[in-house]
Design a protein. Structure first.
Length: 300
């Protein structure tokens, strides 16, 4: 799909339905419309979209939600959202995640790759970092139901990683083509989930969420692209992803959009400001959120 193409909603739905992959060895679940699965009533899902450095804004939104009594049962993330989502599902509070975000250095996840020409970074450091923090718990052992969305590089199908190595799932979901080497999971080469599902609301419903809050930290492409390859690739992702995000957001009960427009997707030095931007957006959305998803409806 090109950046300017607007696929009719019905055709887009058919594309998604036909493109979702099943690979049991990798712990990938089949969508609800392809395989019936029981849903428990009153489950709140939070969907965390992609956005590279802007993903830090997710933490601020989660802080605002928790302060107001909204605690999800299901967490699904794509790319940067999968990283935040894995920590959250493992039991980290948003305040603890903020501490980690401000402490982790770029060098802790940027393992420059010289042996493989398919990406600038290997991705192993990111996988190791996540697993260390979640104490090597596999996805199915995390405190909250969690799924990370990635893209099958060979087929172009979306896959939902639902079990197995948590760090590997985050690595796969975040493997921006050309930046990270594709991750090998269950015999598949997986890359960034933002290619096919930058705001994976449908997958949260697949995992049983009856109400879904989607957090979209992306923004309309700005005229702030740098001269480096990394900046060009991320700007291309933003251009490509906005149309898909607009369509996916229609499936959510509530969408919260932090104002990240003044931040570049490569501005990892702005972590604290991005977290604050997310918090402001979360607080501003509460009045509308309480109308659309009353806390009483969740039994809280």
């Amino acid at each position: 799909m090109t950046a300017g193409s607007l696929v009719p909603r019905r055709a887009f739905t058919r594309q998604l339905m036909g493109g979702l992959a099943l690979a049991s060895a990798a712990g990938i679940t089949r969508p609800a419309w392809a395989q019936a699965s029981p849903k428990r009533p009153g489950k709140l899902g939070v969907v965390l979209g992609g956005g590279s450095a802007r993903g830090f804004a997710h933490i601020g939104v989660l802080k605002a939600l928790e302060e107001s009594g909204y605690k999800p049962d299901v967490v699904v993330g794509t790319s940067a959202g999968s990283l935040v989502g894995a920590f959250y599902a493992a039991g980290f509070s948003p305040w603890q995640m903020e501490e980690v975000a401000l402490k982790v250095r770029d060098i802790d996840v940027a393992d420059l790759n010289s042996a493989n020409k398919r990406g600038m970074f290997a991705g192993e450091a990111l996988q190791k970092l996540v697993n260390e923090y979640v104490r090597n718990q596999p996805i199915e052992k995390l405190k909250l139901t969690f799924g990370a969305v990635a893209t099958n590089l060979q087929s172009g199908e979306a896959v939902l990683l639902r079990s197995g190595d948590t760090g590997q799932a985050v690595r796969a979901s975040s493997a921006i083509p050309g930046v990270f080497v594709p991750a090998l999971v269950g015999g598949m080469e997986l890359v960034d989930g933002g290619l096919v599902s930058p705001l994976p609301v449908r997958f949260a419903r697949t995992l049983g969420a009856t109400q879904v809050i989607a957090i979209d930290v992306g923004t309309k492409p700005q005229n702030n692209v740098g001269n480096g390859l990394y900046e060009v690739i991320l700007q291309s992702f933003e251009i490509m992803g906005r149309a898909l995000t607009a369509l996916e957001s229609k499936e959510a009960d509530m969408v919260i959009r932090p104002d990240t427009s003044r931040f570049s997707s490569t501005d990892f030095a702005a972590r604290k400001d991005l977290i604050q931007a997310g918090y402001v957006a979360g607080r501003s959305a509460l009045a509308e959120l309480k109308l659309k998803i009353p806390l009483a409806a969740k039994g809280k």
